[in-house]
Write a protein of this length. Structure first.
Length: 387
């Protein structure tokens, strides 16, 4: 099997996907704009070949890179980056080179908020009202129909970037002044907590595992107000999240794919409202959190599923696993040394956060595991306690 890994050097822990593939005899073909000498020894050791392009943002460059690999190694069986930023590039390449997976015809339904909403309704999921907005008149019309507060976000976008909460006419006027080009999507604002449904399906679309995380604060507020935060994976995935996740898997007919679905649990009635879908692993250190919570190596298990369509061992969640992100703008009651002295026995990882993630995820993170939810929440709050 020939597998092209796009931008395999980022994030740094993703070399572990390559390691699992190499163990199973897969040719791992790295394609990126980073010089070979800048790559980590662990990544280089697990690639069969590497091709540097001038820019991954220029399709002609990447197309030539894939053509080079085909000429040298033969047919390409899979291509992936496990990264939202390259989803469109992957889809374009899969279409042009007839590679299985999400292609260009499927792309709007997994990238555009408006198209997602249509698919959510078809799946029988709960949604709130929303509409695309291209003009000021359409914005005024939506507000007059649904009133404040509302959420405005790019119809085609990633995460909470460029997302605004509009609570009055002044907010709307300011948004219209600064919003720039492109189509936005307006939605009714929901008072609720974010929950995820994360996992992976095999070649038959069968879920091999499902896990659910929740956040201390809404991601929009974390980014827009530059707050510190924590989120954690639950030891038991709620039944209604599993049920809603299964609806989405059936609607999208996913095969051999990670998924990351987001919901609001509405405060007023506890109902799950489907927010968006992402056809990738959750970002940052979430893959490592999967491993810590389950005592498994899901980088390696993904490679086994790709090659043999099964996990090597039964899946079980053994711990609550929390990510705590500190930001340099805050003064914390406990120093790093204090945190490690008091809670080091629970820590599975601590370290600096790549700058691209730091606005949401903090400049320094701690990942901890415990079988007890109250202990986990207590430690998270202690780490983030301000002076």
């Amino acid at each position: 099997m020939n597998f092209i890994f796009l931008s395999p050097q980022f994030p740094p822990n993703y070399y572990l996907f390559c390691e699992g593939l190499k163990k199973r005899g897969v040719k791992v073909l790295g394609l990126s704009d980073a010089p070979l000498e800048s790559l980590s020894p662990n990544l280089i050791a697990n690639m069969t070949d590497y091709y540097q392009v001038p820019s991954l943002e220029k399709y002609e460059d990447v197309y030539r890179g894939v053509a080079h690999f085909i000429h040298k190694h033969g047919r390409i069986h899979q291509i992936n980056a496990h990264n939202e930023h390259w989803l469109e590039l992957e889809a374009h390449l899969r279409t042009d080179f007839n590679i299985p997976g999400i292609n260009q015809s499927m792309l709007p339904d997994v990238k555009n908020k408006s198209d997602m909403k249509r698919r959510f309704r078809q799946a029988g999921c709960n949604v709130v009202e929303g509409a695309t907005v291209d003009t000021n008149e359409q914005a005024y019309d939506f507000v007059s129909k649904f009133e404040y507060p509302i959420v405005a976000k790019p119809d085609k976008g990633v995460g909470a970037s460029g997302t605004y909460r509009l609570t009055n006419h002044g907010d709307l006027e300011e948004f219209l002044r600064v919003r720039g080009e492109g189509t936005f999507f307006f939605e009714e604002f929901i008072e609720g907590d974010i929950f995820t449904c994360d996992g992976m399906v095999d070649y038959n679309g069968k879920p091999l595992f499902m896990m659910s995380s929740t956040y201390s604060t809404g991601v929009m507020d974390i980014v827009n107000k530059d707050l510190d935060m924590y989120y954690y994976y639950q030891k038991n995935t709620p039944e209604d999240i599993v049920a809603e996740g299964m609806k989405l898997l059936k609607e999208y007919d996913l095969r051999m794919q990670f998924f990351h679905f987001e919901f609001f649990r509405r405060h007023k009635d506890g109902k799950l409202i489907t927010l968006e879908v992402n056809m990738r692993p959750p970002g940052g250190r979430s893959m490592d959190m999967f491993n810590f919570a389950t005592d498994m190596n899901l980088y390696d298990e993904w490679a086994n599923v790709l090659c043999h369509n099964s996990l090597t061992q039964p899946f079980s969640i053994n711990y609550y696993c929390a990510y705590v992100g500190r930001k340099s703008r805050y003064q914390y009651l406990r120093s790093h040394e204090d945190v490690m002295q008091q809670y080091g026995h629970l820590m599975r990882y601590q370290g600096e956060v790549p700058q691209v993630f730091s606005r949401a995820m903090g400049q320094h993170c701690y990942i901890l595991c415990t079988p007890d939810k109250d202990e986990m929440l207590g430690v998270c709050n202690a780490i983030l306690e301000h002076r």
